[in-house]
Design a protein around this ligand. Structure first.
Ligand code: HEC
Ligand code: HEC
Length: 371
């Protein structure tokens, strides 16, 4: 059952990017998953394993963000237990090939859940090829990873464990490491009423990540409450550039400062090896070199920037936009030189520096782990 469930999750993960493109294999895998899992897949939200009834975990409604309940209603409800189990799993280095890597190795609370490196380093010092994005406000996200290859957070969550350059485990190893720890066996029983299973790992980690939020920033207090004292005057001017001459809001829109779409800005196009981004998921020519618009919340804490971490400072990012990115045959036509003055660029930077908020500071490493 456990193995079947896991292979089903993996099947869905591989298929989700563009099921319509491969209708036959989609149907085959779906059938296989049905056979493997019986009733489990019949639920429309098959990945939403419900924890046992226990105290519900309140997800706060923070100034500037949408109502969390609207986003939670389609998924399973987090409970205090499922969130706590997820927190253990997130910080536990034992769940990796050489016992040195946890999710928190690349998503550090002190850096608003990024790692400060251009590209992440996984087990045995192996370099990945992309920058670790922040995981704040993933409750509000609609697709995951820079190329959007995962549609849901539970689906996203299992990938790092089996990535050979991240945690470097096989599916079987992951389950046997977690099951070998009696404390986890007990927590899975108490939380889900099941043995240690892939679905439970995915759901607990998802529930924990839903509690990692960022709202109520100085910009929110200025924007939603009209509190002019909340935001320095330079940042207020920068807000105008962001929405006006800079055109940033054309993509960094909405409560999370993202349109949840993919754009080719030209990042990396001056070098011979280009990351094709969204194209590798959809195989649509218009997606060549396109990446998901990232949230800008906590951006002052999440350097370096862009999918390959090439820019060390926000100044460099602003200069990149001012030049209209790097021209290439697939570049988004929105990208044009901006001709911002020095003052306007400084103001824009001041604005970006005021998107740091609250809602994630409580998500700290446990002092002791299940034994
Ligand atoms: C070795 C470093 C590393 C480890 C360990 C790691 N991640 Fe990541 N994480 C990354 C990188 C790099 C990306 C972006 C990869 C991509 O987009 O192709 C990422 C992306 C993500 C995203 C998507 C964010 C978004 O906005 O699209 C989430 C969520 C996430 N990781 C959670 C986790 C969880 C949960 C774990 C533990 C199971 C974990 N990560 C382990 C480096 C890491
Ligand atoms: C055409 C859509 C679009 C516009 C317009 C746009 N952005 Fe972006 N932004 C993106 C995308 C897509 C990325 C990621 C690109 C990549 O890594 O290849 C990004 C990345 C960023 C990052 C890096 C965030 C991180 O976590 O790495 C910052 C900061 C940023 N943009 C700020 C701005 C500012 C300021 C403006 C206005 C001057 C702006 N953006 C205009 C789409 C856009």
């Amino acid at each position: 059952m456990i193995q079947n469930a896991f292979s089903m999750l993996m099947d869905i993960r591989r298929l989700v990017p563009n099921p319509s493109e491969r209708p036959l294999s989609f149907a085959l895998a779906l059938t296989r998953a049905f056979i493997g899992c019986g009733l489990f897949l019949l639920s429309p939200d098959a990945l939403a394993l419900d924890p046992l009834r226990a105290a519900d975990k309140e997800i706060p409604y923070l100034l500037g963000l949408g109502d969390p309940n609207e986003f939670l209603s389609f998924e399973s409800r987090p409970t205090t237990r499922s969130v706590e189990l997820g927190r253990f799993l997130f910080f536990d280095k034992r769940l990796s090939g050489d016992g040195t890597i946890a999710c928190s190795s690349c998503h550090l609370p002190s850096r608003a859940f990024t790692d400060g490196k251009a590209v992440s380093i996984g087990i045995n010092g192996q370099r990945g090829h992309r920058n670790a994005p922040t995981i704040v406000n993933r409750l509000y996200g609609r697709s995951f990873f820079w190329d959007g290859r995962a549609h849901t957070l539970p689906e996203q969550t299992l990938e790092p464990f089996i990535s050979p350059v991240e945690h470097g485990l096989s599916q079987r190893d992951l389950l046997s490491v977690v099951s070998s720890i009696p404390g986890y066996r007990r927590l899975f029983r108490e939380t889900f009423g099941t043995d240690v299973a892939a679905e439970g790992i995915a759901v607990a980690l998802t529930h924990f990540q839903w509690t990692i939020l960022s709202g109520n920033s100085p910009v929110d207090r200025f924007d939603y409450r009209g509190d002019a004292t909340a935001l320095p005057v330079a940042a207020q001017r920068g807000f105008l550039v962001f929405r006006g001459k800079g055109g940033c809001v054309r993509c960094h829109a909405g409560p999370n400062y993202t349109d949840e779409q993919y754009h080719n800005l030209g990042v990396g196009w001056e070098s011979p090896h280009v990351d094709l981004g969204r194209y590798s998921v959809t195989r649509q020519p218009e997606d060549i070199g396109a990446f998901k618009t990232p949230t800008l919340r906590e951006v002052a804490r999440t350097a370096p920037y862009m999918h390959d971490g090439r820019f060390k400072t926000l100044r460099e990012v602003v200069n990149f936009y001012n030049h209209g990115g790097v021209s290439n045959p697939h570049q988004d036509p929105i990208m044009q030189p901006l001709f911002l003055s020095d003052d306007e660029r400084e103001d824009l930077e001041a604005f970006l520096n005021n998107l740091s908020g609250q809602g994630w500071q409580q998500a700290v490493a446990p002092r002791v782990f299940p034994k």
